[in-house]
Design a protein around this ligand. Structure first.
Ligand SMILES: Cc1cc2nc3c(=O)[nH]c(=O)nc-3n(C[C@H](O)[C@H](O)[C@H](O)COP(=O)(O)OP(=O)(O)OC[C@H]3O[C@@H](n4cnc5c(N)ncnc54)[C@H](O)[C@@H]3O)c2cc1C
Length: 373
């Protein structure tokens, strides 16, 4: 029987970043069902850090995370955690009001440039001529999820923590002041604190432990890659997003990638792309740009898992001693991971509260049950 101080279930970015932070204070073991870390959502994302995502709370968590990405500790990673990529949000005439409202909101978080039609097409020559308006944040970051996952793992191990892969938790019981879990591979673990960072499966993990599920909703999102038109200067291209949630695209390893920003409800699973969303990605790319999607080079899908209010949940379950929720990172789990890990460290180990603009109550899992008898 392994008996650390804290067990973290889930080797995605949420679990690994929280485990690395907690390992400053306690003996931590991370249990991951798959043979490798980041196999699910954390390895399938669009990997952008930008502010045109989520709402004010998500933006505040992103802003608080930014210094970590710009200047990670030397011990964390020997490669950069990402590279600068401009973010362009573009709009047609009929979408102008939406763009104005977004600009007002985002300008509290990022330094933005307002672009006219010429400016939009200078930054992104692939857009159709009706993309008449834009806002640009020249300071976006295309994150490197591999470097992020491995950096957190390196910190965890350097502080004596462990990652056990191929250990899918199948039973969870509370007894004599500790959580005891068993895994499909025959592992047995016990710890007074259990952190549920099981991503899309977090509700499934809670139910047999006698903990009320939060009502998490995994939603599938699809990405395709394809060739850019010959002669396209890929290096200068931005991450380009419609002002509404219709399409984003960006350069990707010598090609382009695009997503129709689909949000298809799904069970927790090894998400696979559906032909309909693949076709929609190509259709919207051709509708909004002059690119012809002749042949799809690759496609994948991943789950973005939301709480009912689309804010993440971080905190102890009120009804179960030592059961800590870390779930619902939706479409912003990479870019908010440093701030969320510091919040987990504060709530479990008592370090200073790291994000002045976000209250613990706004993340507390109990908020979903406040109205219930
Ligand atoms: C297409 C797409 C685009 C995205 N774009 C962005 C973006 O641009 N920027 C951004 O910041 N975020 C983005 N995201 C969101 C981001 O990827 C997620 O918020 C983040 O990866 C969630 O991390 P996680 O650790 O909670 O989940 P996961 O990475 O899914 O990790 C959970 C882990 O728990 C494990 N697990 C589950 N049950 C058990 C069990 N019983 N026992 C042991 N282990 C278990 C799973 O195997 C899994 O590895 C995107 C996501 C998708 C799908």
């Amino acid at each position: 029987m392994h008996a650390p101080d804290i067990l973290v279930i889930g080797g995605g970015i949420a679990g690994l970043s929280a485990a690395a932070a907690l390992s400053k204070h306690a003996r931590v073991i991370v249990l991951e069902a798959e043979e490798q870390v980041g196999y699910h959502s954390s390895g399938r994302s669009a990997t952008m850090l930008h502010y045109a995502l989520g709402d004010r709370l998500v933006r505040a968590l992103t802003l608080a995370s930014r210094p970590f990405f710009d200047d990670p500790p030397a011990s964390f990673s020997d490669v950069p955690l990402g590279r600068r990529m401009p973010v362009l949000v573009h709009a047609r005439d009929d979408e102008l009001e939406q763009l104005d409202a977004l600009q007002a909101e985002l300008s509290q978080f990022a330094s933005l440039e307002r672009l006219d039609a010429a400016g939009v097409h200078q930054l992104c020559p692939l857009l159709r001529e009706n993309a008449n308006h834009g806002i640009a944040d020249r300071n976006g970051i295309r994150l490197d999820p591999h470097a992020l996952l491995q950096g957190n793992l390196r910190e965890l191990r350097a502080r004596g923590g462990e990652l056990h892969t191929g250990q899918r938790v199948v039973t969870t019981d509370r007894d004599s002041g500790a959580w005891t879990v068993t895994t499909g591979a025959g592992g047995r673990y016990s710890a007074p604190v259990l952190v549920n960072a099981a991503g899309s499966w977090a509700d499934e993990l809670a139910k047999p432990a006698g903990v009320r599920p939060l009502g998490l909703e995994p939603k599938r999102r699809t990405i395709i890659t394809f060739d850019a038109p010959p002669g396209t200067e890929l290096d200068g291209l931005p991450f380009a997003k419609t002002v509404g949630d219709e399409l984003y695209f960006a350069p990707e390893s010598g090609r382009l990638f695009a997503s129709p920003m689909d949000e298809v409800p799904s069970e927790p699973c090894d998400a696979q792309p559906d032909e309909l969303e693949v076709a929609l990605a190509a259709y919207r790319m051709e509708e909004r740009t002059t690119v012809k999607v002749e042949r799809i080079h690759s496609r994948w899908a991943g789950l973005r898992t939301f709480t009912p209010d689309h804010h993440p949940a971080a905190g102890f379950a009120e009804e179960a001693d030592g059961f800590f929720w870390l779930a619902g990172q939706g479409g912003f789990g990479l870019q908010t991971s440093p701030a969320m890990a510091a919040i987990v460290e504060s709530l479990i180990a008592g370090s200073d509260w790291p994000v002045a603009d976000v209250a613990a109550a706004a993340l507390a899992p109990g908020r979903f049950f406040a109205q219930q008898p």
